[in-house]
Design a protein around this ligand. Sequence first.
Ligand code: FAD
Length: 404
Amino acid sequence: MARQSILISGAGIAGPTLASWLLRQGFEPVLLERAPRFREGGYIIDFWGIGFDVAERMGLIPRLREAGYVNDRISFVGRNGGVRSSFGGAAIRRALGDRFLTIQRGDLAHAIYGTIEHRVETVFGDSVKAIEQTPDRVDVGFEHGGWRSFDLVVGADGLHSAVRAALFENHPSVERDLGYYVAVFVTRGYSRRDEHVYLSYAAPGRQISRFALRDDQTGFLFVFARVDGWPDPVHDTASQKRVILENFGHEPWVEWPEIKRHIELCENFYFDTVSQIELPSWSVGRAALVGDAAYCPSLLAGEGSAFAMAGAYILAGELQHAYGDHASAFASYERRFRPFVERKQRAARAFASSFAPKTSLGLVVRDVVLRLGAIPAIADLLMRRFVVDRFELPGYLPGPVGNH
Ligand SMILES: Cc1cc2nc3c(=O)[nH]c(=O)nc-3n(C[C@H](O)[C@H](O)[C@H](O)COP(=O)(O)OP(=O)(O)OC[C@H]3O[C@@H](n4cnc5c(N)ncnc54)[C@H](O)[C@@H]3O)c2cc1C
């Protein structure tokens, strides 16, 4: 039987995970990435649950621990820098054991990519422009590289997926805007460190967080409620800086003047709306979607990269299990994983108002809840309710398609 060729658009978290499992299972994946080269570093993410389980099955945990960080405490500070409320890592470790780590997103992606580098054809600096399906193949038009034919196509190209746009071009709205902007940048030489602490300052409708990284770097995260009249989307760095500075401009936080100086010097941000993706179906014919492209839960879910890895693992496993019968595999992948992801999306929406409370009362309530979290029984209850994944990751037979 000829190996099925599968184009995977997007070399983030889901794309390389899928390519890695497909390669082991005897398929012929081809990765396509719009960026000119692989990007390491970036914003930090917490990583646990079903994503951790998949990474373990890929033998990645030692490398991720080496590249990652220990996040031992989340602290909210007031204007003068004093701690208002705080939540320790002990409760997280009690709930998850030691199966939790903090790592820069690009470093997780790079570790996954390391399992297939030089073994899977990877095209950088191009993008899917058009998809035409026939009963037995998919023809893909590239922005720079003409046309190529594949047996299947998978969009793993993130929140603003080009594959999704090509498949669902007439569908009214798939993006649910949660009403916030997020901006992230990494800077060097920030004077305060607070190692191993995720430190946040919040005012109604806006929050700034920082985390100390290696080599004298600090990662900053801004989440703020969107205001009518701001440009949408905001693409160029100058407008992004303007929106951030207008929003946080007169912040009374003692750290703000130094943060402002670092923003002014910074050359590029990650800047986006906080949104979720909801689709009527995760596949159309011979094309499917995975990760943020299919079911972005937003950063408020805190586990998007885990869901991207788990979805990719299940999709590859179902393709192997169905001997490459894509219709049956795509249906099983969605049937198994969609109910879990939809529950997580609902939970993230419910959490949105407590992540960056829009009123002073909301901030007080959040502080009270976090202080209650210092009581072990309450902390355990919160962890079981919001952090532990209730999903049994399926096992698939090892080895190439046709070996069983
Ligand atoms: C600020 C922030 C904090 C977060 N915190 C956490 C956290 O703590 N824990 C957690 O688990 N998750 C977190 N997330 C979510 C997590 O980062 C995403 O859910 C995860 O990266 C999704 O993986 P993905 O592979 O589907 O998409 P991505 O990681 O976005 O990768 C998509 C890839 O596709 C490429 N691409 C885009 N368009 C095209 C195109 N047209 N053609 C080809 N390639 C293309 C991109 O360059 C990128 O490499 C956070 C997200 C943000 C923004």
